[in-house]
Ligand binder design. Structure first.
Ligand code: FES
Length: 166
């Protein structure tokens, strides 16, 4: 998916799913999170036009949708790499070397926060607490896989493993 602002459109089945999400809550504004997730699952990231589209579907101001999308790091506001590494630098991780992990990955991949490698393989993002403080420092890949109690050696092995996975 390019950096361009794509024009989102749900098909008939997806629109039924939107109605289902709306029906689950007393106020339909609560459906904003699952509907944003549907957008991300379909397009890989959430563009400005996609936020407007979600607002239209749920009768919400675009600013409200923007507020939700920007509050949570699980929503990608820019295109991400095949492997999106979110590295926690919140208190527990910071005290246990979270910034060392972040800076090491950043240097090794040659990208800064929220950038994507030129081959589209990796992107990195500094994240707030991801709920794994007892096993700090940690990183998360693609919103689901946790790697915990990381040393820099383990980070190197992880990056090599991902790079060789294709
Ligand atoms: S501070 Fe890093 S997971 Fe909580």
């Amino acid at each position: 998916m390019s950096e361009q602002n794509y024009n989102p459109q749900f098909d008939e089945n997806e629109l039924k799913m939107v109605e289902y999400h709306k029906s689950k809550y007393p106020a339909q504004m609560a459906a904003v999170m699952p509907v944003l997730w549907m957008i991300q699952e379909k397009y890989g990231w959430i563009s400005t036009d996609a936020m407007k589209y979600v607002g239209e579907l749920l009768n919400l101001p675009a600013d409200h949708v923007l507020g939700v999308a920007t509050f949570y790091t699980m929503y990608f506001k820019k295109p991400v790499g095949k492997y999106h590494l979110q590295i926690c630098t919140n208190v527990s991780c910071m005290l246990c070397g979270g910034y060392d992990v972040f800076n090491h990955v950043s240097k090794k991949l040659g990208i800064k926060n929220k950038e994507v490698t030129s081959d589209g393989f990796f992107s990195i993002e500094e994240a707030e607490c991801l709920g794994s403080c007892a096993t700090a420092p940690m990183l998360q890949i693609n919103n689901k896989d946790f790697y915990e109690k990381l040393s820099l050696d383990e980070v190197d092995k992880l990056l090599d493993k991902l790079r060789n996975s294709n």
